[in-house]
Structures are given as C-alpha cells and as structure tokens.
Design a protein around this ligand. Structure first.
Ligand code: FAD
Length: 384
C-alpha cells in the first residue's frame, strides 16, 4: 500500500530507479519506489555494464554481486568483416573491474532489487503515477488508482516517455529526425569469433554489435532502415551475412529473444525543477552503440542518491554536472554510428585511420577509458 508521506518518491523501478533507491536506503533515507508494471520484465535488453559504472556501483554494494553473475570481456574489437581495425583492451584500466561485464538487464535489475530488499526497501506495484502538484515544500503525487503520496522530493526514473518529466514541464529536445531504428536479439550461433570479447563490425549498412552473453547466447544489435515487427532468425542471418565475418560466416542456430526499437537522440532541458529530479532514460536517450545508455543512467542514479543525502546545493550540482555528461555520451554514440556508416569511398581511409590511431597506446587507453564510462570528477562548487 502507498504511504501517505515519504522523504523521496522514486517513480520507476528500472535500473535507474532501483539504483537511486539502493543509494538512499543505504544512507537511511525513507524512500518509496513505485512502478506501474505488476511484475519486473524478464527480457535481456541492455547487456553490458562497464568498468567505470562498476566502480560507481561499488559504492552501493552492487559491483561484486553483479560481477559474480556476468561474463567478463577483457577486450573490445572493431572489425570490417574479417579485418581487425582496432582492439581496445580493458585489462589495463585503473580499476578493480578491468573488463566489460556482459549480463542481461533483467539480472542487473534483480541484483539491485535484492540489495534494496536487504536494506529494508521494496518496490510498490502496480502504481502508475498520473499527476504531480509541485509546491514550495515538495510535491503531491497522484496515482491511477486514486491514491496520493506527499513527498519531499520526486525522482523521475520513469524512462524515455517520462510522465514525471512531462508533468514537471521539462522539455525533451533533440534533432527532429525520425530517429534510428534497431534490431536486436540474443541468438545461439555457430561462430569462429572469440567468445571473450565484444566485436563491433563497421559496415556500409551500419554497425553490428556481436557480444557473448553468460548463458552461451550472443547479443546482436544492428541499425536497420526498416525493422520487421517480429524479427526472425533469417533477419539476423542476413545481418551477419552482410556485416559479419566473411571467411568463416556465422550461422544462426536459433533465436532466444528478439526485439526492435527506435531511438531518438534527446536530452532533458533541465535535470531539476523544484522538488523534481530526473535520471536515466527520463533525462537522456541515444543510440545503444557502445552500450552506454543504461550505464549512464546507473551513474546518474548513484550521483543523484548521494546528492539527495547532501541537500539542495548538492542537487543543483547534480543537475549542472550530469547534463553535460549526457551530451558527451550522445556525441560519442553518434560518432560511432557515423564511423560505421562512412561512404564506400572513405572506408579505406577510415580503416587506415582507425588502425593507426588505435596502435598508439595513449589513444587506445583513452578509448578504453571512454568506452568503460570513466568520468572526470565533478566540477568543484565555487568558493562561498
Ligand atoms: C528492447 C530494448 C533493448 C535495449 N537494448 C539496449 C542495449 O543493448 N544497450 C543499452 O545501453 N541500452 C539498451 N536499451 C535501453 C536500456 O534498456 C535503457 O537505457 C534502460 O532500461 C534505462 O533504464 P531506466 O531505469 O532509466 O528506464 P527504464 O528501464 O525504462 O525504466 C523505467 C520504469 O518506469 C516505469 N514507469 C514508466 N512510467 C511510469 C509511471 N507513470 N508510473 C510508474 N512507473 C512508471 C516503467 O514501467 C519502467 O519499469 C534497450 C531498451 C529496450 C526497450
């Protein structure tokens, strides 16, 4: 049942909302998490948690249990069909987690939910937020069943179509294009590709990500012009034939899970409006190239939980600090997509450039650090 009052109301129990709640519960703050779905989703979705994110999650006791469940990939390789253009190693990162951790989003959410339970919290389901009245002392949140909760702070962790963002009157701007269309699946595949690394194929038709998962399946993600409503094995076979290894082609054996989605690049105009704060997909969405979306949301979440403990000044700093980070990640993801889609005449030059640049240890290290989601420390607040 909904409480009448809570210090912090977190709307949405995806990875972001759960991580905000775990951070707050760990500091003894009274937090209420509401979620409109009756059950947590069981699908795989975002499949990688990077080293920089694991370092941040370590502050809330989540990194070790996640690492114990995932598959560790020490390298990220960029290829044009059979030719390796660049290999980026994570093993030299200054981290206790020098790898990209491959794990399904459902597992990541389960680990976060278990930790929340251990800290005495839980997710209240199914409660759909439908109204929000803001005043000087906080907010009153209203729900589709007629219930209401009075909260000191409201966290919008309710995803791309955030109701909280809309009700707080925060814009969600971006280019007015139709967005990028993606096909993705977890497939069982007969393949000669190494299973200890993530491979990004750069192809004229767009990028194809090939990532091994702990259950033996392989995650494929590709941009496509027109994604079929119900993607089948043959669609993924075609993607592999056109973009994957040529000498020893992969063969799709079966599809464990498949989906499609369209992404518009968007960032919220502000991350804070009075008592409302945004994090995760509610604040930013972009292409999954480089596997950055959920990672950025998880890092937002811990930063926001810590800022809520720190008070109003810390919240303003959260809002000012996190938005530029999203802009950076959006630019990085868009750059990877542009690199993949270089016109045929420029591809030899692109490939040469990638091979040359990635052979230089400082560049390779910078790229590894960028992919791994290491963020520079927040800008210090000005002296009073
Ligand atoms: C099919 C698919 C594949 C994806 N693949 C990748 C990938 O490969 N790599 C990657 O980085 N990202 C991927 N993503 C994106 C990734 O899943 C998101 O970045 C991540 O889930 C964002 O987490 P979040 O907690 O911010 O939002 P969400 O996971 O969207 O969680 C928001 C939650 O809020 C709830 N909610 C919404 N409105 C209300 C309301 N009014 N009241 C109460 N609850 C509400 C929703 O039910 C949901 O549970 C994929 C997404 C999809 C759908």
């Amino acid at each position: 049942m909904l409480p009448e009052h809570t210090d912090v109301l977190v709307v949405g129990a995806g990875p972001t909302g759960l991580a905000v709640a775990v951070t707050l519960a760990g500091h003894g703050v009274a937090v209420t998490v509401v979620e409109k779905l009756a059950e947590p989703p069981v699908t795989s979705r975002a499949a990688v948690v990077h080293a920089g994110t694991l370092e941040v999650l370590d502050r809330i006791g989540i990194a070790e249990p996640l690492a114990a469940r995932g598959l560790r990939s020490a390298r990220f390789t960029v290829r044009d069909r059979d030719r390796v253009l660049a290999t980026v190693g994570f093993d030299r990162l200054p981290s206790r987690y020098p790898y990209a951790l491959l794990i399904s989003q459902a597992e990541t959410e389960a680990v976060l939910a278990d930790r929340l339970t251990a800290l005495g919290g839980r997710v209240l389901r199914p409660y759909e937020l439908t109204g929000l009245e803001l005043d000087g002392a906080g907010a009153t949140a209203r729900f589709s069943d007629g219930g209401a909760v009075r909260a000191g702070w409201v966290v919008g962790a309710d995803g791309m179509h955030s109701r909280v963002r809309e009700l707080a009157g925060i814009g969600f701007g971006g280019p007015a294009d139709p967005g990028e269309s993606f096909l993705l699946a977890d497939v069982r595949v007969d393949s000669a590709l190494p299973r200890d690394q993530v491979t990004l194929f750069l192809s004229r038709r767009g990028p194809l990500v090939w990532a091994p998962l702990p259950d033996g399946t392989v995650r494929l993600v590709a941009t496509v012009d027109d994604a079929p409503r119900e993607p089948q094995a043959r669609h993924f076979q075609t993607l592999l034939d056109e973009r994957g290894p040529a000498r020893r082609p992969d063969r799709v054996l079966d599809v464990a899970w498949a989906s499609r989605f369209r992404i518009h690049h968007r960032i919220a105009d502000r991350y804070r409006s009075g008592a409302v704060l945004l994090a995760g997909d509610a604040a930013h969405v972009h292409s999954p190239a480089g596997g950055q979306g959920m990672n950025l949301g998880l890092r937002d979440a811990v930063a926001l939980g810590e800022a809520l403990v720190g008070g109003p000044g810390a919240l303003d700093r959260y809002a000012a600090d996190r938005r530029p980070r999203a802009e950076e990640v959006l630019g990085f993801a868009a750059g990877l997509t542009r690199l993949a889609a270089a016109p045929p005449a420029l591809r030899p030059l692109r490939n040469l450039l990638l091979r040359t640049v990635s052979a230089l240890p400082p560049t390779r290290h910078r790229l590894a650090s960028r992919l791994a989601g290491f963020e520079p420390p927040p800008t210090p607040s000005p002296a009073p």
